[in-house]
Design a protein around this ligand. Structure first.
Ligand code: ADP
Ligand code: MG
Length: 750
């Protein structure tokens, strides 16, 4: 028996893709671990494991044994606290790195330019080294120990486990330069006797450390910026609420608001909690959740959401969800989880960085050897410079950032637009979609259909409506709601039905009083042996106006039909046109009659329709298109099309209002507007382009940098890459990758 569990915990000390790859490999290799993914940017490990084989504590130990830090997640933290802790850790890291970088830079620049102020003779080594060299030796050792210590300790930890990472490269590079310089300082004769002019590289050692630290500081800050969207959402949650208790209004901190408390919201205030309006009216700006800037009017019975901004009205609302169940908290949690997942495209980067370090070490060694073999010992200085430059410039850190930073910015951007994307894999697939399949009822249309015509075979529309409404009351289908509403509006009394059964996409049956009632599509009645022929002609006439016809029978006798019209959403036509401009083929799926479907499709601007489908036919239709090689996105309301959403390459669930069906689908739309589908696909495509650009930027520095550093241009032009320039180039590659990802923030869907 397997008892699979998942756990998320923070991992500290990772600085590059190789570190991340190593921690991940260690976890995957551990017994009982089914799957592990470690994210360099969020500093998070997500592990699926068999709890009967390995404990969470053992997982933490596994990570620690690789030389990195890990801790069990803190218990009972709210998402807001979790995010705040992540943010604070990020800020601390940035400050510490910046301080060290500034000090190292100051000393490095002094080491570089200071000696220029001294007379030439003070810098020449004869048999003994000049005093300045000794001063620099001490200062450099100090910087290495204080500012660079982490490189060496991590490199050492890695070495003990027979592996290497970016710290290894920086450590070996700086140590080689330092030892070379220290030897020249302690015994210059060792060089001069062999015809090599003794030289020191102290300033290079210090500046390399300074530049690498500065690069990491910039990176830490930029990565921090990628999660701005989450911080913004968290910041929306008010800290206090005004509630009514025992008839008096009191201000209480948020933690004390309970389910059912009546909160008082004054004009211009943020709504403190999710709730239902019980008195008053207002218009609320919900753009922070939905991306829609038009205020939404609210009256008694309407739902309101914590963090949204009240307009000019005042109202009271009864609190429904508080704390971690609120809409904002759920969005934040979903985004955090999404950002912790890995996109498949990252596997490329992972694979490369896993083998990169040993390859680079080998290239550096080969460079060193080639210089000495070709140039003789007289070339020792150049050989060292080249080998050190190769080690420094080759660092694959940018590769580890290429995909996750883009995914983070994109998911944040999506949240801003009211498009919640469940992680890198969903983004990647959404970027490849070429066919969008859309469910009709509730997706293309508003899903608030209204009864327009009631046809009774014997003229008694009242009994017909009473029986139909009673049978439909337990159903959650929009058509059922329309029938029930119509009965209520016309004061038709309805009994409570018994033995209710519902067949998705077909209809319902129930016992109402002593009568056996069947309501549904024509095939549903015919399957029960009831002919709808007497009404076929009038039904098809109404159907061609886009109305859905539902037939009603009792005790095997056809009673009549109810025509129900559902308006197409005002945004649908425009959105379909946008989807087509994106080069997507758009298909409408429906269980409704062909005539009604054709009418709606024409209004929406869709040519490709599949109608009269049972729920099983919907999935078959999607599977057929997938088999033809299409990447299919299915858009539905998540209520009765869950199987189709699950089967599609990308399931897009449209929320009704702000009531987010977060579990359904790969993408959840907060707003009921098909434009969000176009936004989601356009954003995903743009993000994939960004990740490809990022991978290019991450590789290109290494591809060009390594031969230059090795001295490829030396024979012809006498030009050799300075190790300090190499470290700047390496830092720039990370920074340019992160900056490129941050450009996504300014992206507009249209
Ligand atoms: P769509 O594919 O447009 O979303 P559904 O698959 O939900 O529509 O339903 C298809 C058809 O099944 C409807 O047009 C209607 O004829 C019938 N039907 C489904 N549920 C019900 C119900 N609760 N009451 C009456 N008819 C229903
Ligand atoms: Mg439907």
């Amino acid at each position: 028996m397997s008892s699979e569990q998942t756990i998320d915990f923070p991992v500290s000390g990772m600085t590059c893709a190789a570190c991340q790859a190593r921690v991940q490999r260690a976890l995957v290799k551990a017994p009982g671990v089914e799957q592990a993914s470690v994210n360099l940017v969020t500093r998070n490990a997500h592990v699926a494991f068999d709890a009967s084989v390995i404990t969470p504590e053992a997982l933490i130990e596994t990570v620690r044994a690789t030389g990195y830090g890990a801790e069990l997640p803190a218990q009972a933290q709210t998402v807001a606290e979790e995010q705040a802790a992540t943010d604070a850790a990020g800020a601390d890291e940035f400050n510490a790195l910046r301080q060290k970088a500034v000090v190292a830079f100051t000393i490095g620049l002094a080491a570089m330019f200071g000696p220029m102020l001294l007379p030439k003779s003070a810098m020449m080594a004869t048999d003994t080294a000049p005093l300045v060299w000794w001063v620099l030796l001490v200062a450099t050792a100090g910087v290495m120990f204080w500012a660079g210590r982490e490189f060496y300790s991590h490199a050492w930890a890695a070495l003990r486990h027979g592996s290497a990472d970016m710290n290894t490269l920086v450590s070996v590079g700086t140590l080689a330069a330092f030892l070379f310089s220290a030897t020249a300082t302690i015994d210059p004769g060792l060089f001069s006797r062999r015809g090599v002019v003794p030289q020191v590289y102290y300033e290079a050692v210090v500046l390399i450390i300074a530049v690498v630290l500065a690069g990491r500081a910039l990176e830490a800050r930029a990565v921090h910026q990628t999660s701005n969207a989450l911080r913004r959402l968290i910041g929306l949650q008010p800290k206090a609420a005004r509630i009514e208790r025992d008839g008096v209004e009191v201000d209480v901190p948020m933690e004390q608001v309970r389910h059912g408390d009546v909160v008082i919201v004054r004009p211009g205030e943020r709504v403190p909690v999710d709730g239902t309006v019980v008195a008053g009216t207002s218009a609320i700006d919900e753009s922070m959740l939905t991306g829609e800037s038009m205020p939404v009017s609210k009256a008694t019975g309407d739902r309101v959401f914590g963090g949204t901004v009240n307009g000019t009205g005042a109202f009271r609302a009864s609190a429904t969800t508080v704390g971690d169940d609120s809409a904002i908290a759920r969005i934040v949690r979903l985004m955090r989880e999404a950002q912790a997942t890995r996109a498949p495209i990252q596997r490329l980067a992972d694979r490369v960085s896993g083998v990169f370090v040993p390859v680079v070490m080998a290239i550096a060694l080969a460079t060193f050897a080639t210089w000495l073999i070709v140039g003789g010992t007289g070339m020792l200085v150049q050989a060292t410079t080249a080998a050190v430059s190769v080690l420094i410039i080759a660092c694959p850190c940018a590769m580890g950032l290429a995909v996750p930073t883009a995914v983070m910015v994109a998911t944040g951007k999506g949240a801003e637009l009211g498009v919640l994307i469940k992680g890198g894999a969903a983004l990647e697939r959404a970027g490849q979609v070429d066919t969008v399949v859309i469910d009709k009822t509730g997706t293309l249309t508003e899903g608030r259909p209204a009864v327009t015509d009631v046809l009774a075979v014997d003229g008694d529309t009242k009994t017909l409506m009473a029986l139909a409404a009673a049978a439909e009351r337990p159903s959650e289908h929009p058509l059922a709601a329309a029938i029930v509403r119509h009965a209520a509006d016309n004061a038709v009394p309805t009994e409570v039905a018994a033995d209710f059964t519902s067949h998705t996409g077909q209809g319902v049956r129930a016992r109402v009083g002593s009568r056996h009632v069947i309501v549904g599509g024509p095939r549903w009645l015919e399957a029960a042996g009831i002919s709808v022929a007497p009404l076929t002609e009038r039904a098809s006439q109404l159907s061609s106006q886009g109305k859905t016809i539902v037939f009603v029978a009792a005790d095997g006798q056809l009673l009549g039909a109810i025509a129900i019209a559902d308006r197409i959403r005002p945004t649908t036509r425009d959105a379909i046109a946008r989807l087509k401009r994106l080069g997507l083929s758009v298909v409408m799926l429906t269980g409704d009659a062909r005539a009604a479907a054709g009418h709606i499709a024409a209004e929406a601007g869709i040519q490709d329709i599949a109608a009269e489908l049972l729920p099983g036919d919907k999935t078959a239709e999607i599977a057929r298109r997938q088999k033809e090689g299409h990447v299919v996105a299915m858009v539905g309301d998540g209520i009765n099309d869950a199987p189709a959403l699950a089967l599609a390459d990308v399931g897009i669930a449209m929320g009704s209002g702000t009531d987010i069906a977060i579990d359904a689908g790969d993408v959840t739309l907060v707003r009921s507007d098909l434009n969000s589908v176009a936004d989601a696909i356009a954003l995903s495509r743009r993000t994939m382009r960004t990740t490809r650009e990022n991978l290019f930027w991450a590789f290109i520095y290494n591809v060009i940098g390594i031969p230059l550093a090795a001295g490829a241009l030396y024979p012809k032009y006498g030009w050799l890459l300075n190790p300090i320039v190499a470290s700047a180039a390496m830092a720039m590659s990370s920074v340019s990758v992160v900056m490129n990802s941050l450009r996504l923030k300014r992206w507009r869907p249209r």
